[in-house]
Design a protein around this ligand. Structure first.
Ligand code: ATP
Length: 199
């Protein structure tokens, strides 16, 4: 899967619209300590739906919004768009390019879109499932994650291989079906109880 570009605006240390183009081959981001390198990988995880502000190295979600510096004031929202190549049809979409966008306002309001169309976080999760790039994927390996993968319980390690083998999606659907089945069983029990009471 090929990332084409990342556009940040108002996200952490990027108050102005900044586009980072990934031009094929390998891209390395270098810079002095504290210059915003990790904020770029945070932006990729965030646009894919990361909900934990702690794993984005903040105390609350509002911390992803540029908070101002001595020279300029804070901004009202953070927006990140990730553009991916789909010419090989990795994603179940007819488009040759996929653009995912997340926007977050200080009021706490959140918006996601695919292309220019608003969507739910769930739609983004489903699109990325089994591609390896989703939040539970193995494409983003943060500092310390390698040790974590090596020392995880065997069931958790299996999750990494399941994602690579492309079966996470089926596991998620099976769990959803089991949840619905359990809810239906509950409803049936309730109906039987009512029936017995009335009869
Ligand atoms: P290192 O090499 O030390 O790991 P880095 O280049 O990865 O550093 P980051 O951790 O990405 O740097 O960026 C840290 C910088 O981002 C800090 O200067 C911090 O003040 C700034 N920053 C983080 N969140 C915000 C925010 N909400 N508003 C403004 N600046 C922010």
């Amino acid at each position: 899967m090929v990332l084409k570009s990342l556009i940040l605006q108002g996200f952490k240390s990027f108050p102005d619209r900044t586009e980072i183009k990934f031009l094929g081959g390998m891209t390395a981001i270098v810079g002095p300590n504290g210059s915003g390198k990790s904020n770029i990988s945070d932006a990729i995880r965030w646009v894919l739906g990361e909900q934990s502000s702690r794993s984005l190295r903040g105390a609350k979600m509002e911390d992803v919004i540029f908070g101002g510096t001595a020279k300029r004031g804070p901004v009202g929202f953070a927006e990140v768009s990730l553009i991916l190549d789909n010419s090989t049809g990795v994603f179940r979409s007819p488009f040759a390019e996929i653009m995912v966008t997340r926007r977050y306002y200080r009021s706490g309001e959140s918006e996601y879109s695919l292309g220019k169309k608003h969507c739910r976080l769930r739609d983004i999760r489903e699109l990325f499932m089994d591609t390896g790039l989703g939040l539970d994927g193995y494409s983003s390996i943060g500092q310390g994650r390698i040790d974590e993968i090596l020392s995880l319980r065997s069931e958790d390690r299996r999750g990494v291989f399941e994602e690579a083998a492309g079966i996470t999606k089926f596991r998620a659907r099976k769990e959803e079906a089991e949840r619905r089945l359990a809810a239906t069983e509950d409803n049936l029990t309730r109906i039987r109880d009512l029936y017995d009471e009335l009869g």
